[in-house]
Design a protein around this ligand. Structure first.
Ligand SMILES: Nc1nc2c(ncn2[C@@H]2O[C@H](COP(=O)(O)OP(=O)(O)OP(=O)(O)O)[C@@H](O)[C@H]2O)c(=O)[nH]1
Length: 789
């Protein structure tokens, strides 16, 4: 409670202040008083800086924790003086010497050290305004719509003057009040206003109680004579107003008592514990402090345009405006927060702790809204809250969806990475690797998704569909991987198969027997069966479907057959098959049964042996021509369909034309052998028999003796011997020997070729005749079974 000195100094200060000083911290200038502010000016216009002023007074965030009091009364009745004393305000006080109206329009000021907004209303019945009752009515409406307590200030000598200015004013107040609160809606039912009569210059001769009775009966009379709407006929004055009376002594004549009484009266405004505390909750107009300015502006606008002042509508409008404002404030901060994570999410990042952040931003925004907006019209507050929730959620939803997408991607990446790592480990089980990778990828997604759910069991925050999509994608990736892996496995098995059959088939094809295809097919079937078994064993660990297994096995069979055929084709390629035929033929023609090389003698049956060997060899071509086992059990039907673009060849190794071609080629080679055989017999015939040398010795004996016993021949012999001795001495023996041997060789060569030519002519003609005969035979042999072999 301010001391009398302070109050006195306020009075002095206010007397000298004619213009508002600049607002300062918390609305309190350095001298300890709050700035006053004109809210309705002389031109009856609302001055729109009230909101800032309330903020400057430090009451903007007071909510309902403030009170509003207005003073009414005739001009120059000490209203401003009373307010300044009671509340420590600094309203203008009339200069004694001029005695003219000071307060114009409506002023407002914050009570010193109290959450009280005080309105100083221009005095009624003013000389300056003449008979203009318009402002009186408007200011009454304005004050009643917002104030809890209406101080009616009047001189003691005015009491009982029913026709006096105050009574006119009160009539206006009652009428206006009926218009405002008459209908008593549910909201306004409990709303009342306190009329606090302050009787000034109370001399004391008439006790306050008497004055109170007089005023009350006057009020009652005014109330009764008021023209009320039909539905409000039975309403009493006390339905709307509480009346309270107090008296103050003369300010100058009884200055001390004046001060002490005013201090006592102040207590009724500050001490909540007192029974006569004036600011009862029922009087509060329930306008939150941060909405007072807007509300008052709205009221004044309605009042100015002479429209019916509908308080509930005004309160709803105020609520809408303020709730929007509060919501926008909460949203601005929220948007800033949400924006910070927008880019990283759009860039594909998974933000850790995003859910926590989103929930906290959302609850911060809502609690900010609730704190300020819940004081307003409840229906509006709730509606706007729902709107705000919608906006918050629609801002968070893209973050949620974005994070889900990023989680989805991250889960897939982790799935693939885990599989790649798992497949590097020796002896992995594919199905195990996949199921582990799947479980951890799904857990990664689910945990992440669960974390970002902002509101449980709400359609906006559902992630099951995304999980379903992820599962589907994982499945298709796993399927693809399994297919790749299966392919790889089939390739490996195929390679192994090829190596396994290579050698045995090569050996089997190299040693032609009637069972050649039985052997080959047996090897093929056994190896294929092993390969299939090995596939199936592995496929189990792959979790392959029946269909996939069938497909893979078909491929395997196809490739196995193709591999066999490649091997067969390689072994029966022209050069290879001809070598085989030649070898086979030679083994039978050039070697005897014991495998000893034959030396043909002239009386040997070369033709017979040649024909036999040739025939059996030609039969081989038919044997090789088609893959046909002797044991029907071993028969194999090669796959017919085309797999992966490779056509599996059938059972035919050589076509008809090929058989003929090979036959012809072989025959040519065989002919050469035949010729060679024949020639070898001629060579043995061409040698000079040894007995010829004997005959020569016998027949030439006489001639030799004659030379030995003839001195001429002996002398010639000696000359030759001497010549020889000289040649040896001169080292000419070598060159002469060389010349001699060259001449001898040449003579021998010439002689041999002449002899060969002589014998060869008739043989070639004979061989040619045999060849033509054989060709006819081969044609028959080609289709014959090789039993004869
Ligand atoms: N006799 C008497 N004079 C007072 C009292 N209080 C104030 N005054 C004087 O009355 C004059 C008017 O005082 P204000 O406080 O300006 O009165 P007001 O009702 O606010 O006047 P307006 O604002 O012009 O309507 C001043 O000169 C005061 O000194 C009082 O209790 N008794």
């Amino acid at each position: 409670m301010p001391t009398p000195e302070i109050l006195a100094s306020n009075d002095a200060l206010s007397a000298n202040t004619s213009s508002p000083s600049k607002p300062t911290l918390n609305g309190h200038p350095p001298n300890g008083t709050s700035d006053r502010s004109q809210i309705i000016n002389d031109e009856k216009q609302f001055i729109p800086n009230l909101n800032d002023q309330i903020a400057a007074w430090g009451l903007r965030d007071a909510g309902f924790d403030y009170n509003l009091v207005a003073v009414f009364g005739s001009q120059s009745t000490g209203k401003s003086t009373l307010l300044n004393r009671l509340f420590g305000t600094n309203f203008d006080v009339m200069d004694e010497s001029k005695r003219q109206q000071t307060t114009k329009g409506i002023w407002m000021c914050r009570g010193r050290d109290m959450n009280v907004l005080v309105m100083d209303v221009e005095g009624t019945d003013g000389r300056e305004r003449g008979e203009d009752q318009d402002f009186e009515r408007k200011s009454a409406l304005f004050s009643l719509a917002s104030s809890e307590v209406l101080i009616v200030n009047l001189w003691e000598h005015q009491v009982g003057l029913y026709q006096g200015a105050n009574m006119g004013l009160l009539k206006t107040v009652f009428e206006v009040n009926l218009g405002l609160f008459g209908k008593k809606t549910q909201e306004s039912a409990s709303q009342r206003t306190l009329l606090l009569f302050v009787i000034r210059d109370h001399i004391g001769t008439t006790p306050l109680a008497n004055l109170q009775a007089t005023v009350t009966s006057d009020l009652q009379r005014i109330w009764d004579t008021l023209s009320k709407p039909a539905e409000l006929q039975d309403r009493k004055l006390t339905d709307y107003f509480d009346l309270s009376f107090t008296a103050l002594p003369h300010k100058i004549l009884a200055a001390e008592r004046f001060e002490s009484d005013i201090r006592a009266l102040r207590g009724r405004f500050t001490d909540k514990s007192r029974d006569d505390f004036v600011f009862k909750p029922a009087y509060h107009k329930r306008i939150p402090a941060d909405g007072v300015a807007f509300y008052m502006e709205g009221i004044w606008e309605q009042v100015q345009t002479n429209k019916d002042l509908d308080l509930p509508t005004q309160q709803e409008l105020l609520a809408q405006f303020r709730c929007d404002e509060i919501s926008a404030g909460a949203l601005a901060e929220f948007n800033e927060q949400a924006k910070s994570q927008k880019r990283p999410i759009e860039a594909g990042q998974v933000i850790s702790g995003l859910g926590e952040m989103m929930r906290s931003w959302r609850s911060q925004a809502l609690s900010r809204y609730d704190r300020d907006a819940s004081r307003y019209h409840q229906a509006v507050y709730k509606r706007k809250r729902a709107d705000l929730v919608g906006t918050l959620d629609s801002t968070l939803s893209p973050l949620f969806v974005g994070q889900l997408k990023n989680l989805h991607k991250a889960a897939l990446v982790s799935f693939k990475a885990e599989i790649v790592a798992g497949l590097k480990v020796d002896g992995y089980n594919f199905a195990d690797v996949v199921s582990k990778a799947r479980a951890s990828a799904e857990a990664l997604f689910s945990d992440g998704a669960r974390e970002i759910v902002v509101v449980e069991d709400d359609a906006t925050w559902q992630w099951e569909e995304e999980l379903r999509l992820l599962r589907e994608e994982i499945r298709s990736v796993a399927d693809q991987l399994r297919k790749d892996e299966t392919k790889k496995m089939v390739n490996t098995i195929e390679r192994k198969f090829k190596t396994q059959i290579a050698e045995p088939v090569e050996v089997q094809l190299g040693s032609p027997t009637p069972e050649i295809w039985d052997n080959v097919l047996r090897t093929f079937k056994e190896t294929l069966a092993r390969s299939e078994a090995s596939y199936l064993t592995k496929a189990r660990s792959f979790d392959c479907t029946e269909e996939e297994n069938d497909e893979a096995l078909t491929t395997l069979r196809h490739r196995a057959w193709a591999a066999l055929r490649v091997k067969i084709d390689e072994q029966t390629a022209d050069a290879a098959i001809l070598t085989k035929l030649r070898t086979y033929f030679e083994e039978r023609f050039r070697y005897d049964e014991q495998g000893v090389p034959r030396v043909w003698k002239p009386d040997d049956d070369i033709d017979g042996a040649f024909k036999k060997a040739k025939d059996v060899t030609l039969e081989l071509i038919s044997l090789y021509a088609k893959i046909e086992p002797q044991d029907p059990e071993l028969a194999y039907t090669p796959p017919e369909d085309v797999v992966e673009g490779t056509e599996a060849p059938g059972l035919v190794v050589f076509s008809e034309t090929k058989v003929l071609e090979l036959g012809a080629r072989f025959r040519r080679e065989a002919d050469a052998h035949y010729v060679e055989a024949k020639r070898s017999t001629v060579a043995s015939i061409a040698q000079i028999p040894y007995w010829i040398y004997g005959a020569l010795v016998v027949l030439g004996w006489n001639e030799a003796m004659m030379i030995l016993f003839n001195p001429l021949y002996v002398a010639l012999l000696l000359v030759l011997a001497g010549g020889a001795w000289i040649i040896v001495q001169l080292n000419l023996a070598g060159p002469l020997m060389h010349v001699g041997s060259s001449i001898a060789f040449e003579v021998k060569r010439q002689a041999e070729s002449r002899l060969r030519e002589h014998f060869a002519e008739p043989l070639r003609a004979q061989a040619h005749a045999t060849a033509i005969e054989d060709e006819d035979d081969t044609r028959e042999v080609r289709h014959r079974k090789p039993e004869a072999l």
